[in-house]
Write a protein that binds this ligand. Structure first.
Ligand code: CAO
Length: 472
């Protein structure tokens, strides 16, 4: 049996005392050359210390939180095969800031594999402040240098019998951000390496309930949804059942709604609008145009058309509601396209009425009618459902007093409208019968705070109470 040999921190580009954030191996683990032993993370970069040769980990010399610099001893590894001849003997722990391996000969150059880089490879450094890439770090192969020989093909399954996940630091960081335990992820890249796509596939499966035990996997790093698996029930045991496949629209909208509900911190602000005068105007307009409407020459003016017009005015006054989050930026839109939820035989769709700020109520009502008809017939084109800034979901024609609409990401707010009812309202002297419309505004609390939402709905209610205010 070969004596254990040292694995030390190579040249890490001048960083000193970099904390260990992950210990990737333990005694007994079989590691391949270049496989990560520990992950270091400074405030500027995350990097892995690779095994200088293949072998069996005998001792891990560091623990989480230790601060390492170039030359720090990381582990003792018993080399496998050809690495034995070239590997250095284990020495007592070396002081920090040793000479790089290239100068001291401290690192191993196994004879049948590419040269062990004396610095971390480019792939090993994954995140650098300001996004600036770290310069390429692999050494240039000299003629006759082992680096110029054809590389050995590394098969993770053969060398790592399911013990240590084989993935680059970039993929490790990505998994850590998502709270995914890489040990649960199957690698599909060369040699069984885990790629970013493998992690994405795993998360997708976990979200759709397709990964048993994914709940614990996604909570390992404190993130994730901490969901227990979807209940599997044999309903037929309790009575007669019929299984009906979801429509295509239900599947697509379901996935979107689930993501939006899970990822956006929703709050719903409720308010009432007195639409007594507005409804009287709407009825009067439709009576005036009754003949044209009956002949199909004009559209019936609906309450929803007024709601779109009032929402446009509120979005202009409060531009943060006509916005989308893009990382750390809020993208403010200067255009005003309004989506409206339409109930169709195949499920929920959201046609988008473009440039609502440039259109009058009659034109909006006509176009909405056309879009709703296309939606019901399943004939909406993709571009007729894109580019929305704000959505209105009206259940007023059906019933209810309030509900929580789900924000249509990447929008930041959605207005729910319930059924208007005549209610007694105190005028200061007596109760008067007024037509009251319930409003429910769900907003993304990352972008909009409660006070802004209350101002927005109050203003919207004022506008609906007296649309002349929109001209102010
Ligand atoms: N209060 C009381 N009555 C209302 C109302 C309200 N808030 N809104 C509409 N109505 C009345 C209308 O005046 C109409 O009455 P008349 O036939 O006497 O004129 C009747 O209800 C039907 O209206 P409508 O719903 O067909 O028309 P609309 O313009 O209000 O809405 C559309 C159009 C496409 C939005 C609607 O048909 C629809 O699909 N609504 C469902 C939206 C939905 O599913 N939202 C939930 C999404 S989350 O699952």
């Amino acid at each position: 049996m070969a004596a254990p040999m040292e694995a030390r921190v190579p040249d890490i580009g001048g960083y000193d005392d970099v904390p260990v954030i992950e210990v990737l191996v333990k005694p007994g683990d079989i590691v391949a050359k270049d496989q990560g032993l520990v992950t270091l993370e400074s405030d500027k970069a995350t990097m892995e210390v690779p095994a200088p040769f293949a072998g069996t980990v005998k001792e891990v010399k560091v623990k989480l939180g230790d601060a390492l610099s170039e030359g720090s001893l990381v582990a003792l590894i018993e080399p496998a095969g050809d690495a034995v001849a070239a590997a250095p003997r284990a020495e007592p722990e070396a002081p920090k800031k040793e000479k790089p391996a290239s100068e001291t000969g401290a690192q191993v150059q196994p004879v049948d594999v590419p040269a062990q880089p004396d610095r971390l490879t480019e792939e090993s450094i994954i995140e650098v402040e300001g996004g600036a890439p770290v310069p390429a770090m692999a050494p240039i192969a000299e003629p006759g240098d082992p680096a110029s020989r054809p590389p050995l093909r590394f098969e993770a399954d053969a060398v790592l019998p399911g013990k240590v996940p084989y993935a680059s630091p970039a993929v490790r960081l990505f998994a850590r951000e998502l709270g995914v335990d890489l040990a649960q992820v199957a690698g599909t890249q060369r040699g069984g390496r885990i790629g970013k796509e493998d992690v994405q596939k795993y998360v997708k499966a976990a979200l759709s309930g397709g990964v048993a035990g994914a709940a614990s996997a996604t909570t390992a790093a404190g993130g994730g949804l901490n969901l227990i698996p979807w209940p599997k029930v044999d309903f037929a045991k309790f009575g007669e059942i019929e299984s009906k496949p979801l429509s295509r629209i239900q599947k697509i909208s379901g996935a979107n709604l689930a993501r939006n509900w899970a990822m956006i911190p929703h709050v719903t602000q409720h308010d009432d609008a007195d639409i007594t005068d507005l409804e009287a105007l709407r009825v009067a307009l439709n009576e005036e145009n009754a003949k044209a409407i009956a002949a199909g020459k004009a559209g019936k003016v609906t309450m929803l058309a007024f709601l779109i017009k009032a929402s446009v005015a509120a979005l202009k006054k409060y531009p943060n509601f006509n916005a989308s989050l893009d990382g750390d930026n809020l993208v403010l839109k200067k255009y005003c396209n309004i989506g409206f939820a339409a109930d169709t035989p195949n499920g929920l769709v959201v046609p988008v009425l473009r440039d609502a700020d440039k259109k009058g109520v009659v034109e909006i009502a006509k176009e909405m009618g056309e879009l709703a008809a296309l939606a019901r017939d399943g004939k909406l084109k993709p571009e007729q459902m894109q580019g929305g800034c704000f959505t209105i979901s009206s259940l007023g024609g059906i019933g209810g007093t309030a509900f929580t609409p789900i924000i249509n990401a990447p929008e930041v707010a959605i207005l729910g409208v319930s059924k208007s009812e005549t209610k007694p309202v105190w005028s200061g002297e007596k109760f008067k019968p007024r037509l009251i419309l319930p409003l429910s505004l769900s907003y993304d609390h990352r972008v909009i705070d409660g006070a802004a939402a209350a101002r927005f709905t109050t203003y919207l209610a004022q506008l609906l109470g007296d649309l002349r205010r929109a001209m102010l």
